[in-house]
Design a protein around this ligand. Structure first.
Ligand code: 4GS
Length: 253
């Protein structure tokens, strides 16, 4: 596979008051490599740099009272506007529990966007007028509350990056992973053959690749049926998979 030098495939602009948090993905592992190889590119804008007061306050009290604070409108608005001017035609994403829940299928759709601006909220969230005027899409990493959008943005960037050619080793290892085509992963084993009195399933040592493929498919289906039957409901089953699932049902009786 050929990739032109310095060809960035996806540019991310991140609006955050804590840009240092992103060293968690930029300095380590697969995402760190992708940045080094200039396959993805992270830039930051800090709403604090768009404040006018000497105390550089970036939070404010909610109208109508109640607990907690919100992010101040003006510095956030200005930083998003600035990001949009630097990254023309980018899509602006806000991370919040109100968003569409992420899964491997919609993450895959997101790699079509070559320019993404993430808005990371802190405190109780952001003023609704920012959502109405500047946010294109709202996404959620799950039904729970975290203390800032940064971790959610990192989860998204990591999951999106893995789909870009060249970020992880081969297309094959992507396809064989959990959730590819709505199936959980099959069990894995590595050396040695026997350790702490535990062995490796014999079939994996047989060298018979047809049998190994079938065993893995069976294990994937078995695990998915047991742990995530909801995934099987939305899956389009291949003939072979239908046959295997039917034998599971027969054996249960
Ligand atoms: C999520 C979530 C989240 C909401 C950030 C309250 C701080 C917090 N973001 N998926 N303000 N779940 N955000 O909990 O994306």
């Amino acid at each position: 596979m050929k990739k032109k030098d310095n060809q960035t495939l996806i540019s991310f602009y991140i609006i955050t008051i804590f840009p240092e948090m992103f060293t968690a993905i930029s300095n380590y592992g697969v995402t760190g490599k992708a940045i080094q190889k200039k396959i993805i590119d992270l830039s930051f804008l800090n709403p604090r740099d768009f404040t006018e007061h000497k105390y550089k306050s970036i939070d404010d009290r909610p109208y109508g009272g109640g607990p907690g604070m919100l992010m101040s409108v003006k510095p956030l608005y200005l930083s998003i506007k600035h990001a949009k001017s630097l990254l023309q035609d980018a899509i602006v994403i806000y991370l919040s529990p109100q968003g569409v829940k992420l899964n491997q299928n919609n993450i895959f759709q997101l790699i079509q966007r070559k320019k993404i601006i993430f808005v990371c909220g802190r405190y109780e969230g952001i003023d609704e007028r920012i959502i109405d005027s500047l946010i294109d899409e709202e996404w959620s990493i799950g039904d729970y509350i975290i203390s800032g959008g940064e971790l959610a943005a990192m989860v998204m960037i990591d999951a999106i990056s893995r789909f870009i050619p060249g970020v992880i080793n081969t297309k094959k290892s992507l396809e064989k992973e959990s959730f590819y085509d709505n199936l959980l992963d099959y069990p894995h084993y590595t050396r040695p053959k026997k350790i702490y009195n535990m062995t490796v399933p014999k079939i994996l040592l047989s060298g018979n690749h047809d049998k190994i493929r079938l065993w893995r498919l069976k294990k994937s289906l078995e695990k998915t049926l047991e742990k995530r039957p909801d995934l099987l409901e939305k899956k389009i089953l291949q003939k072979e998979e239908k046959i295997i699932l039917n034998t599971f049902k027969k054996n249960k009786k």
